[in-house]
Write a protein that binds this ligand. Structure first.
Ligand SMILES: Nc1nc2c(c(=O)[nH]1)N[C@H]1C(S)=C(S)[C@@H](COP(=O)(O)O)O[C@H]1N2
Ligand SMILES: [Mo]
Length: 394
């Protein structure tokens, strides 16, 4: 595959906002400053984290663009973007989070391998597109099918981009057919992000969105969909994005012993403060995001100013004008984060902590060491920041 390894492959990258913090230039991996995340419920596209494994491909002949659906199906088909646009359109507000979000903090315990992300490898967008369940009906797979007559059980997405982990082949991932054909799972083939056509970094012209699942399965720049008997054998399903015990190291790792990560666990982070802060007086606003995978909403966010000895409950909202209620139908985008906020009085030196509890009463673990893993995925430990009051009263 000529031209994809050298830096020349990166000579046609799209323009990006200068405020993004670049964690890796080639491939491009960048996140916004924390504080930007909490300035709006829906993350503006330019501030949405970008996680690429190779050069951002250019798909410019949209008339000739086709998604090929094949494999263990009765009626394989090639669909144009127009064919997909003709299907009922859904707008799903969903938070996308990289499994490596907050990896840097995990690396402080003991080095892990991977792109160093702070707390902003996450964003919340309104994705517009067709439901994958409707698309699969076009090739003869009914809703809620767990298997096809010819033994298909997984839906594998292959992209247009090329990456070194696949030895110059395309990025790919799969999800179980059962999730793909379930209307409730809201899996989309999205052509819009926040009401605009997808831009190049986020998968133009078409990407998969698998709500509630780690970002790695939401394949961008979709090229084809194959119905298969087994889950995808690609690198990112078999030799990456798996969670191992703290005792597993690079000498004793056995990749097949663990499943590919799907739903992400309950997560939260403080975005109104940096890791270390000096403030002028003893009243501060602690604000951030909380989200859980699998469509489990957030039940509560607790904030502590004394490292977790005592807690106050933060107020929280999804849509800015709609206060949170316990009635799911009134206010909850089930795949989306909530933003939380509380004003607290702080002692001279404070360790501020946030922890979220989801609707299944899952709670973030206190200590990062108990979930440490060699790839540094799913750091959902309590997010802690330090605050010192700078102006002395003496
Ligand atoms: N084709 C393709 N799809 C991809 C990736 C990629 O490199 N190539 N990265 C994945 C990962 S790891 C994440 S976290 C999300 C990031 O999506 P974003 O860049 O739109 O934020 O896309 C996923 N889909
Ligand atoms: Mo990711």
């Amino acid at each position: 595959m000529p031209g994809i390894r050298g830096s020349a492959a990166y000579s046609h990258e799209p323009p990006r906002d200068p405020c993004l913090k670049i964690n890796s230039k080639e491939p491009f991996n960048a996140e916004p400053p924390r504080s930007v995340l909490i300035s709006s419920y829906v993350t503006p596209v330019e501030f949405f984290y970008k996680r690429n494994h190779g050069p951002a491909p250019i798909v410019d002949d949209i008339e000739r663009y086709r998604v090929c659906i094949f494999g263990l199906v009765e009626n394989p088909k090639e669909l144009s973007l127009d064919d997909i646009r003709k299907l009922p359109r859904y707008d799903v507000t969903a938070t996308l989070q990289c499994a490596g979000n907050r990896r840097t903090a995990m690396s402080k315990v003991k080095t892990v391998k991977g792109v160093g992300w702070d707390v902003a490898a996450i964003g919340n967008a309104v994705w517009g597109g067709a439901r994958l369940a409707d698309v699969l009906e076009l090739v003869g797979i009914p809703k809620l099918a767990a298997t096809t007559p010819s033994g298909g059980k997984h839906v594998e997405f292959t992209s247009v981009d090329r990456c070194k982990e696949e030895n110059g082949g395309p990025y790919k991932a799969s999800i179980p057919l059962k999730r793909a054909t379930s209307p409730e799972a809201d899996v989309l083939l999205a052509y819009e992000m926040n009401g605009e056509p997808l831009n190049r970094d986020h998968g133009y012209p078409l990407r998969v969105i698998v709500p509630g699942v780690i970002g790695a399965r939401s394949v961008k720049w979709l090229d084809s969909i194959e119905i298969t008997a087994e889950e995808c054998q690609g690198f990112f399903m078999q030799r990456d994005y798996k969670m191992f015990a703290p005792s597993v190291n690079w000498d004793n790792i056995s990749w097949p012993t663990r499943r590919p990560l799907m739903d992400f666990p309950v997560q939260s982070a403080i975005c109104s403060l940096e890791d270390v802060n000096v403030v002028n007086d003893g009243k501060i606003v602690v604000a951030g995001y909380a989200v859980s995978g699998g469509g489990r909403g957030i039940e509560r966010v607790d904030v502590s100013v004394d490292g977790g000895k005592t807690w106050v409950e933060a107020s929280r909202y999804q849509k800015p004008d709609v206060p949170y209620t316990a009635d799911d139908d009134v206010c909850c985008d089930k795949w989306a984060w909530i933003l939380f906020k509380v004003e607290v009085d702080i002692p001279q030196n404070a360790e501020i902590v946030a922890k979220a509890v989801d609707m299944a009463a899952n709670v973030q673990p206190e200590d990062v060491t108990v979930i440490w893993n060699l790839r540094g995925v799913l750091n959902t430990s309590w997010h802690k920041v330090e605050v010192q009051v700078g102006r002395s009263n003496l």
